[in-house]
Design a protein around this ligand. Sequence first.
Ligand code: TYD
Ligand code: MG
Length: 475
Amino acid sequence: MAKAKDTGFYCKECGFETAKWAGQCPACHEWNTLVEVPASFLAGSNSRQAGISQTGLRKVGPGLKGKEFKAAGSCRMSEIRVEQEERFVTGIDEFDRVLGGGIIKDSLVLVGGDPGIGKSTLLTQVCKALSDKGVDVLYISGEESLSQIRLRADRLGEFGEHMKLLCETDLDVIEKVITDEKPQVCVIDSIQTMFRPDVASAPGSSGQVRESTNLLMQWAKVMGIAIFLVGHVTKEGVVAGPRMLEHMVDTVLYFEGDSHASYRILRGVKNRFGSTNEIGVFEMRSTGLEQVPNPSQFMLTGRPVNASGSVVSCSMEGTRPILAEIQALVARSGLNNPRRSATGFDFGRMNLLIAVLEKRLGFKMSECDAYINIAGGMKISETALDLAVIIALASGYMDFIVPADVMAVGEVGLSGEVRSVSQIESRVREAVKMGFSRCIVPESSLKVLGKQENVCLTGVSNVTDAIEILRKMQK
Ligand code: TYD
Ligand code: MG
């Protein structure tokens, strides 16, 4: 009988597993990304068909043997009993909301972000809030010494007896401590510093990070601990190897912000237990992160008065409308290929909107450098900002001023038509709340909006009309 093959391969980019080596990954089509590992390290989802692992579950540590978190065979959907999901509510509203109403008891949450953005500070504050409520918390750091952590903690207030610290990077040692102490919530800061002695590759390598995360996922499910993983974003802007960890964990949060500005945004990009795209806004102060309950106000502070190329729009971040100022600078270019740059807005989308201005309104944009910036450093990818971007560019090009009490929202199509956007009522309501008295909206949305108090609504069906109306407002 043929001997079962005891090694297999996985793709360090997408995690695909296979028995045979190939130059190109069959799943993500990246080249030279397949790495050879012992068969027992493979997750087994597709290795079973490749004939590698028969267990389906990865090897678990000594403290966990015999407890599997899957059923032995198939079962009927209707027969599965679901217990009321238990959540730890931290009381930090901006944080709880992003997680969908608190931390699920046995979940694995990845918190990614640039080095120095405040991930350790945020999680230390979360641990403090939980331990103050009597939840047993273990903060494991592989990056800082106990005294360094204590120095940070001193800025954040007094810590009670339920918060424990451990400086360790060996997951075998960590497993022993976790099995002995049985914390309810655990933080691993950071996943890139952790290593499993039974995996040959170096800490921080994609093999180690992947294997460590696999193991932690099992601890979370088998022992019923909520585990937070801190993950530093690599140069390409993704956590430890493109997309590698995101599919393995329950929830992915990114902590972002402009390193020159004090505010920080916690953004949910994946959540098995709640909606995604929800954001939490914080401000970094000398005493830690402070919640920002009214982000629109925060984003609009310091807005220039009577300047061309500036207009306010409203983006939906999850269930929350947030106003943001779109700035455009259009200047004559001496270059054959004029300069273009977009900060906080999609570069491709900006080029598309510039082409609409060139073709539909006859602007000579090919002779101009154009820059778009979303003030305050927010990153917004919503097409509902199209109309505001077009207006800002036109205002910069024609040098007219958009009145300060105007908010514009709408998607722009390739023929220059203004199309309706989702949740228009919430957007207009937010603008009214923030003192805007005129809103430029898609004509097709006027019916949905009906009659609104304290605001003058102007419906536009194409960008030419929108620009004409705004130029008349100025006179
Ligand atoms: P940190 O949480 O260590 O970042 P990360 O874990 O993402 O690498 O925080 C880094 C920055 O935050 C550091 O430059 C100091 C600043 N900071 C404050 O401004 N106020 C504070 O109260 C704390 C604790 C940190
Ligand atoms: Mg840190």
